[in-house]
Design a protein around this ligand. Structure first.
Ligand code: HEC
Length: 107
């Protein structure tokens, strides 16, 4: 029983740390300026994005390209006509991939 409880704590610690770090990356790189967690602002909320792409197996790669190159997408015109600016020049590929994958988990 003791061992069981202990391993539960270890797993919790391991899974929650990277998630916090990813949100921090999104904040640091300006994504949260246009994407709030659960309320749409300039762009769709992160939750809306995760839900929209939940059933799409190649979402990670597709959205990576979108964030890198910017531009309007399937949300365009829904509540505004501001396209997303390209981020490929100022964010490292690894960082960008981490943020996109994290967004896709926020259902
Ligand atoms: C200046 C505002 C702004 C910033 C900063 C911004 N976005 Fe966006 N983003 C948008 C808008 C607007 C859309 C909707 C585009 C459309 O479909 O017209 C969008 C759409 C998206 C989508 C969905 C794209 C699709 O094709 O469905 C993802 C994923 C995304 N953004 C991720 C990010 C990430 C990651 C960052 C930070 C590196 C970021 N955004 C920073 C405005 C922004």
């Amino acid at each position: 029983m003791k061992i069981h409880t202990l391993s539960g704590v270890v797993i919790l610690t391991l899974t929650s740390t990277p998630i916090m770090a990813s949100q921090e990356l999104a904040e640091k790189n300006g994504c949260m300026g246009c994407h709030l967690m659960d309320r749409r602002t300039v762009g769709p909320s992160i939750k809306q994005i995760a839900e929209r792409y939940a059933a799409q197996p190649d979402a990670s790669a597709t959205l990576y390209e979108k964030v890198k190159n910017g531009g309007g997408g399937p949300w365009h015109g829904t509540w505004g006509s501001i396209p997303m600016p390209p981020h490929g020049d100022n964010i490292q590929p690894d960082t960008m991939k981490t943020i996109v994958d994290w967004m896709l988990l926020q259902k």
